[in-house]
Unconditional design. Structure first.
Ligand SMILES: Cc1ncc(COP(=O)(O)O)c(C=O)c1O
Length: 387
């Protein structure tokens, strides 16, 4: 029996249809390194890498391609940004729904004298922006928020935060792990200074490729935390001052970038608005169906306003882990259970420490699949999952 994959916020599946071929073709028929080789195959790959930066610039309203840096994933991006921008005495504001990709590097930095305050949220995960002013300290340097909660799909008001940051001379840093490729983002119009992304979720690309986009001003402030060979300025021990070389030492993940190039072309053809509308219609169907069932609590916003297709539920008749296990074993439905690397978000939602069963729909899910999931949940609510 074919599985129903409802775990797209862990990693999207299937990927854009052209991704695997693009990666296969490079590994099988080209194979050249970049910035280190001087031959036509290498130049061809360099052109595709530049094109990938241009695609990201267009999709995200980003800066010049040279300020678009590739990393293995958004976790690496956030570590590079946090460690490269903040030092002892600096203070940041963060949302109360942050992923451990933010919380753990911040915790490390807090051992070195960086401090942070959490912006409160409603129990549905909506940021209470009226508190912002009162949380500012003379040492506050930035606001860092995840655009969309990976636990409950709530969207944070990044344009409002960007405007607030501009007014108060703060940096606005956004973790777009759960929104890039799904929601419209325009760094320039939204006054975002740093945007961190990962390629394997809404961007429908492969694992192992992510990055961050910097405004020109921030690019000249941030310190590189990695150093090494860039294929440029090899006579000096200093990491180059040119971009993107300054933040991209070491051979890049070329198959990953070319896979991302293919997925970005696909997204451009489909249009992210159609993707979001499709996912929202599945979300509406799922939430309405869940409301007919008696044994499940929906966390986060219980309709389709201000949210994406990430829906967390708790069963009232059994442990979330038992439900997720039964869904997979008996009905071949793939979800994710637990704290989703975001314990603070679960504290806000009142689901700590057990966590929730999380369903996250993607462009390839169908209304029939959502019906099957709802029927399975209905059958499971009438029996204890271990019976
Ligand atoms: C909001 C958020 N930030 C960061 C991450 C980390 O992503 P990656 O593992 O690709 O670095 C995730 C992934 O689950 C996420 O949902």
């Amino acid at each position: 029996m074919k599985s129903i994959y409802a775990d797209n916020s862990s990693t999207s599946f299937p990927k854009a249809p052209t991704v695997a071929q693009a990666m296969y073709d490079y590994i099988s028929f080209n194979g050249a390194s970049v910035h280190r080789s001087s031959n036509e195959d290498a130049y061809q790959v360099e052109r595709l890498i530049l094109e990938t930066r241009q695609q990201l610039q267009q999709l995200l309203g980003g800066p010049s391609p040279k300020y678009i840096i590739f990393t293995p994933n958004v976790t690496t991006s956030l570590n590079m940004v946090l460690q490269g921008l903040f030092s002892a005495g600096d203070h940041l504001l963060i949302s109360s729904l942050e992923h451990n990709a933010v919380m753990r590097p911040l915790h490390q930095l807090s051992m070195k004298g960086v401090s942070y305050s959490t912006i409160p949220s409603t129990p549905q995960g909506e940021m209470i922006t009226s508190t912002l002013e009162s949380l500012l300290l003379p040492t506050t340097k930035a606001i860092l928020v995840t655009h969309v909660s990976n636990v409950c799909g709530t969207i944070q008001p990044i344009a409002e935060l960007g405007a607030f940051c501009k007014e108060h001379n703060l940096l606005c840093i956004v973790d777009a792990a759960q929104s890039a490729g799904i929601l419209p983002i325009h760094m320039k119009d939204m006054n975002i200074d740093v945007l961190c992304f990962t390629g394997h979720k809404g961007l429908l690309g492969p694992q192992g490729i992510g990055g961050f986009l910097l405004t020109k001003d921030v690019a000249h402030q941030i310190q590189p935390i990695l150093s090494g060979g860039t294929g440029s300025f090899s006579h000096t021990l200093e990491i180059p001052t040119t971009f993107p070389d300054r933040f991209e030492p070491g051979t890049p993940n070329i198959p990953g970038i070319l896979g991302l190039h293919a997925s970005l072309s696909y997204l451009n053809t489909i249009g992210i608005e159609s993707i979001y509308q499709h996912e929202l219609s599945l979300t509406k169907q799922f939430i309405c169906g869940l409301q007919e069932l008696s044994k499940y609590t929906i966390h986060g916003i219980p309709d389709i306003q201000n949210r994406t297709a990430v829906i967390s539920i708790s069963p009232t008749h059994c442990d979330p882990a038992e439900l997720a296990h039964k869904l997979e074993q008996d009905y071949h439905i793939i979800t994710r259970v637990g704290l989703h690397c975001a314990p603070t978000a679960h504290q806000v939602l009142g689901t700590y420490p057990k966590g929730t069963v999380r369903f996250s729909f993607g462009y390839h899910n169908t209304a029939d699949e959502v019906d099957t999931i709802l029927n399975s949940l209905d059958l499971l609510q009438h029996k204890h999952p271990y019976s």
